[in-house]
Design a protein. Structure first.
Length: 308
């Protein structure tokens, strides 16, 4: 579950950029909080991650990426993120060292403050953590889940008070880091190669990308079937050898040339399309010739080709 494009207005305008950076570029919180303008190329649609904000007992410090070398990376930005950052930057060219998502004092935002003041209220307004509704003029009802999963309700005189109470009282809810989680899952599910995903999100190992951040989609069965929707492959066994004086049955001749055990061939792979029409495919038999080369049979042209 994540904030979809249609739910983004639930986030205050001045904070939509940081939400888009996590959802559209897969940035971690520290990477968002420590991002300087000099690392953003809006014309080319690229974002360079090389600085991170780290919260310590003494405050928040900016450091070169502290975890792994893979964390330093360049990420392509989707159009909605580019547009949001353009609006945030405005017409003036900012100081390159200035933070893109700075707090009111120009420093990096504190994660706990953002969660309490911005993130949780945005989830409530989006309907992702309880719900707030106006039931009559001057009457707002807030509903939220408690720790045991029960629904709690209370009435308020204005929307802001109802949202604040639900955000402070609700249990659970989407984490900011889940935006990065969804970003990775979207890429893998849409067919982006795992090694590419690993690179843009800053993982050292592809196993981390697969094991920690991806899930089996609900429609996995349909996705598997669609892989074979255009042609279902069937295996046709080697025909019985024809003895001397025997007449091969009709249609047998076209297999004799290709299905010769002396060439290491064991069968023909063909496909049957719906409606009775047939589609043929090239196949490697797995056998070997006298020269030790595999036999590649082109069943469309009925030629036998030796390939190195």
């Amino acid at each position: 579950m994540t904030i979809r494009h249609g739910q983004l207005p639930a986030v205050p305008a001045e904070h939509r950029g940081i939400v888009c950076a996590a959802a559209g570029a897969g940035l971690r919180w520290g990477e968002c909080a420590g991002l300087p303008w000099e690392a953003v190329d809006l014309d080319r649609g690229l974002l360079h991650v090389a600085q991170v904000a780290v919260e310590t007992h003494g405050g928040i410090v900016l450091r070169a990426y502290p975890k792994t070398r893979a964390g330093v990376r360049t990420v392509p930005m989707p159009p909605f993120l580019v547009d949001e950052l353009r609006r945030r930057r405005g017409a003036a060219v900012p100081d390159g060292r200035a933070l893109v998502f700075a707090d009111r004092d120009g420093g990096p935002q504190r994660r706990s403050n953002f969660r309490r003041r911005v993130w949780l209220p945005s989830l409530v307004r989006a309907g992702l953590l309880g719900r707030v509704a106006e039931v009559a003029p001057g009457r707002w009802v807030a509903a939220w889940p408690d720790r045991d999963g029960r629904k709690e309700r209370a009435e308020f005189a204005d929307e802001a008070a109802a949202v604040a109470h639900a955000a402070a009282s609700a249990f659970g809810g989407l984490r900011f880091h889940d935006l990065r989680h969804s970003y990775i899952t979207w890429l893998v599910t849409d067919g982006v190669p795992v090694n590419v995903v690993r690179r843009v999100v800053g993982h050292e190992k592809a196993s981390t990308t697969l094991n920690r951040y991806t899930h089996t989609p609900d429609d996995y069965a349909d996705r598997v079937r669609l892989t074979f929707a255009d042609a279902s492959l069937t295996f046709r066994p080697t025909p019985r050898p024809v003895g001397l004086g025997e007449v091969p049955p009709p249609g047998r001749e076209r297999f004799r040339e290709r299905d010769d055990p002396r060439r290491g061939e064991t069968g023909v792979v063909e496909g049957s399309a719906p409606g009775g029409s047939s589609r043929t495919h090239s196949a490697v038999t797995g056998g070997a010739t006298a020269e030790g080369l595999p036999v590649v049979r082109d069943v469309n042209t009925r030629r036998v080709v030796k390939s190195a």
